[in-house]
Design a binder for this molecule. Structure first.
Ligand SMILES: C[S@@+](CC[C@H](N)C(=O)[O-])C[C@H]1O[C@@H](n2cnc3c(N)ncnc32)[C@H](O)[C@@H]1O
Length: 260
């Protein structure tokens, strides 16, 4: 049965809670980061170096790897000062610099980038059409924009989803549909090249996955009550003790656009 409509979602300010927990709560093993680089390489021009922008770079989870994989420089643009501070402390790289800015105000010149990546940051942008125009401004003609996002029409079935029954409705309110995202970027001067759906294996140890989730470094949780979250974690603890949690893979979507 479809979820009932959810009221509009307020923006998440990553300087309030998330900056203190994100790097630890959302850490990925190096092989998982490299897997993304290999996948992105299939969709980016072959020449090196490529100048990139990691837009909504957060704690720099991918920014140094982008510089390593594609040569750089890579500009990590991030509005939350706390997230940038963590990136500057923990994700330094000689060909990366972190800049204050946001998707609708990118502090970079016109046509300077071979690619822009938004990795799970587009849904936080208040004016998505303005952001698309701004991304079109900084990407070179023929350059690429990679939009890694969840889409409302394909909410992933994470291993924890069933413990937080309202999380699916919350995410449907947070994320655009794939068609909406395409329309926004096509109107701003991009052509859609490909929609990619990848399977993401369950990474590592289940106990560690629970401990990471307990840090609540998932913006979906910021739209849920403490009672809902406490109830969900109590159920997770019981299921962990009973050995009934399924280590199931999930999936991730991205859309590759070319600047016309
Ligand atoms: C889920 S985190 C993703 C961070 C990073 N891309 C990653 O995958 O680890 C979302 C990030 O988007 C940032 N963000 C929020 N509003 C934004 C905006 N208008 N433009 C760009 N980034 C934004 C947040 O501050 C946060 O760091």
């Amino acid at each position: 049965m479809p979820n009932p409509p959810h009221p509009p979602i307020a923006p998440v300010d990553y300087d309030v809670v998330q900056h203190g927990v994100y790097a630890k709560g959302r850490a990925l093993p190096p092989a998982a980061v490299q897997r993304y680089m290999d996948i992105f390489a299939d969709h980016l021009p072959e020449r090196r170096p490529l100048t990139g922008v990691d837009l909504g770079s957060g704690t720099g989870r991918f920014t140094p790897a982008l510089a390593e994989a594609f040569g750089g420089p890579v500009h990590g643009v991030e509005p939350a000062a706390g997230m940038r501070r963590t990136a500057e402390a923990q994700a330094r790289h000689p060909r990366v610099r972190y800049l204050a800015g946001e998707a609708a105000r990118i502090p970079l010149p016109d046509a300077c980038a071979d690619f822009v990546l938004m990795f799970l940051s587009f849904h936080h942008v208040p004016d998505r059409a303005a952001a698309a125009r701004e991304i079109a401004r900084v990407v070179k003609p023929g350059g690429r924009f990679i939009l890694r996002s969840t889409f409302r029409d394909r909410i992933p079935d994470h291993w924890w989803r069933g413990f937080f029954p309202r999380s699916g409705a919350v995410e449907e309110a947070m994320f655009p549909s794939a068609a909406e995202a395409r329309a926004i970027f096509e109107a701003a001067g991009f052509s859609t090249l490909e929609s990619v759906q990848l399977e993401i294996p369950f990474e590592g140890d289940l106990n560690q996955a629970v401990e990471r989730l307990r840090l609540r470094a998932v913006s979906t949780f910021e739209h849920m009550t403490d009672a809902e979250l406490e109830n969900g974690f109590a159920q997770i603890d019981a299921a962990l003790a009973a050995g009934t949690i399924e280590r199931k893979p999930t999936y991730g979507d991205f859309i590759v656009f070319a600047r016309r």
